[in-house]
Design a protein around this ligand. Structure first.
Ligand code: NAP
Length: 288
């Protein structure tokens, strides 16, 4: 039986530690960090993510402003809003909830957010810095995954890690972070031949595909650490489920993350950490 890594419990512990840290900020710096979240439209999943971010901010003691804009907002108006927030000294972090309506370029939006306020770690300069091992804001989900592996006592160095998925927000950065921890990393994707053969080599398997219960027991080696990033609706029950068939894989894995309650809460937790980091970097650069 695998040890289940609860992202819910770990994130609660980390948020408590951050709350204690932030409580000292008003005296030290005169204010608390300020995160602005922009939500375009009313996609239910996005509304729920944005609500989760506001709730976590409250727990940690971070000021959260959620700006809601209608689906019809033009790209130019949205970019203008971001530019205003970039030059607002009271704002430390800016996050635009993705996905955006088709008429708005996500790439342009991400590029417009100032690198120093990019709490998502999606800005090309942050991405480039990550690949060059320079100081940067690391994307929240990959950062949370490494924290979970460490919390579970998994030694990453020297291990064979397989990441399924190569998106800019999960697959690629998580592979880079595993590499930086000295794992030997294989990145698999939709064109990978004999995927099960590849994944069975993994001592650490990270799955970020977006397909319900895609990874079955025959794809996992005995004793592997399995991190399930996927968030899907089970086609049969309509409930949330991951990319990994939890019931099948859990008996084989040494550790495994559940969905819900695994990587998701850690992503939000790392967003709080990134907001604090952006706030402190700004204070440091001003010599405060
Ligand atoms: P994405 O951009 O759609 O990327 C999916 C990746 O999976 C692609 O690289 C794709 O390969 C690969 N893939 C698709 N079908 C495959 C198959 N049959 N065999 C092997 N690889 C396959 O998705 P994403 O943004 O990375 O998100 C992945 C999942 O994680 C989604 O369920 C998303 O909701 C979830 N997610 C969760 C969190 C969280 O906080 N828990 C955060 C972000 C994302 P190609 O590159 O070849 O197309």
């Amino acid at each position: 039986m695998a040890k289940i890594i609860s992202g819910k419990e770990l994130s609660a512990k980390l948020k408590e530690e951050m709350a204690a840290q932030v409580a000292g900020f008003p005296e030290k710096y005169g204010r608390v960090p300020h995160l602005v979240v922009i939500l375009v439209g009313d996609n239910p999943a996005s509304v729920s993510y944005v609500t989760g971010k506001a709730k976590a901010s409250e727990t940690v003691g971070i000021r959260n402003t959620t700006i809601r804009k209608p689906e019809t907002i033009s790209e130019a108006e949205l970019l203008e809003l971001i530019s205003e927030l970039n030059s607002d000294d009271t704002v430390d972090g800016i996050l635009v909830q993705l996905p955006l309506p088709r008429h708005i370029s996500e790439a342009k939006v991400i590029e417009t957010i100032a690198k120093e306020k990019d709490v998502d770690g999606f800005h090309p300069l942050n991405v480039a810095a990550l690949w060059q091992r320079q100081p940067c804001t690391v994307a929240c989900t990959p950062k949370g995954i490494i924290k979970m592996l460490k919390e579970a006592g998994i030694e990453i160095s020297g291990k064979r890690a397989v990441v399924i998925g190569r998106s800019n927000i999960v697959g690629l950065p998580v592979a880079k972070l595993l590499l930086d921890e000295n794992a030997t990393v294989t990145i698999a994707h939709s064109r990978t031949a004999n995927l099960a053969e590849v994944t069975r080599q993994a001592e650490i398997l990270v799955v970020a595909i977006g397909r319900p219960r895609f990874v079955t027991a025959d794809m996992v080696s005995e004793g592997a650490a399995v991190i399930d990033v996927g968030v899907n609706r089970d086609p049969e029950t309509g409930k949330l489920c991951g990319d990994v068939d939890f019931a099948e894989v859990e008996p084989k894995a040494s550790v495994i993350t559940p969905v819900p309650g695994g990587v998701g809460p850690m992503t939000i937790c790392c967003l709080m950490e990134n907001t604090i980091q952006c706030f402190l970097s700004k204070k440091l650069s001003k010599g405060e």
